[in-house]
Design a protein around this ligand. Structure first.
Ligand code: GDP
Length: 216
């Protein structure tokens, strides 16, 4: 699969993310995944990467942090319907040091069952902390996504923590690395939830994947 360059329309992104975002379901096993009604974008990354902050910045709401950080819900796949156009899917954070290997295996199983078997899945946003770049778990995850023919896009978080030349160097390193991955989208999005950077750009990328708005 070759990832294509998205045709970005910031206004479409703004309008999409101004719509209501509603928690639909939390799935702890494959049997209870919600039906495939909308195009889906999943968010993945190591624990503490800034996933909740980013999704909250995108939607302008705190819903996701509340749901996804509720004890017991951090280990499930949470589905949010954005304006009946796009399903935002929050995957459990990986690389948590405090959980057992068995638990990690059962999340990984659930995540890959979801990722492999979801015909409506358009893209995975793989979040990486701009200060740290890609880690071994990210690379393994990317290889599994390549194998599963799932398309994914790198999103850098917390870029406010870097000086412009450091960020440019980080982007260049990652661009070099993803060039060797079939499933990786060529455009890396640099964001900061705290400073509001890259949010309109990421919204525009996601709007390109959403169900089109009906013609009035
Ligand atoms: P999650 O575990 O991936 O959902 O991560 P959170 O959104 O809970 O964020 C983890 C930590 O990173 C928190 O202390 C946040 O305040 C911090 N953080 C998240 N986004 C940003 C950002 O854009 N800039 C900075 N400097 N810190 C951030």
């Amino acid at each position: 699969m070759t990832a294509e360059i998205d045709r970005l329309d910031p206004e479409a992104g703004r309008l999409l993310f101004a719509r209501e975002c509603r928690f639909v379901a939390g799935a702890t096993n494959e049997e209870i995944l919600p039906p495939t009604t909308l195009p889906e974008v999943a968010f993945a990354g190591r624990s503490n990467v800034g996933k909740s902050s980013l999704v909250n910045a995108l939607t302008g709401r705190n819903t996701l942090a509340r749901v996804s950080h509720t004890p017991g819900r951090t280990q499930q796949i949470n589905f949010f319907d954005l304006g009946e156009r796009l399903m935002l899917v929050d995957l459990p954070g990986f690389g948590f040091a405090k959980v057992s290997k068995t638990q990690v295996r059962s999340w990984t199983d659930l995540i890959f069952r979801y990722l492999r078997g979801r015909p409506t899945l358009r893209r995975v946003c793989l979040l990486a902390d701009a200060r740290h770049g890609l880690k071994e778990v990210d690379r393994e995850f990317m290889e599994q996504l390549d194998e599963a023919a799932v398309s994914y896009q790198l999103v850098l978080t917390k870029t406010d923590k870097l000086k412009p030349p450091e960020l440019a160097a980080r982007r260049a390193d990652i661009a070099r690395e993803i060039a060797g991955h079939v499933g990786a989208h060529p455009e890396i999005v640099a964001t900061s939830a705290h400073a509001g950077l890259g949010i309109p750009e990421l919204r525009a990328h996601l709007a390109a994947l959403a169900e089109p708005a009906p013609i009035q």
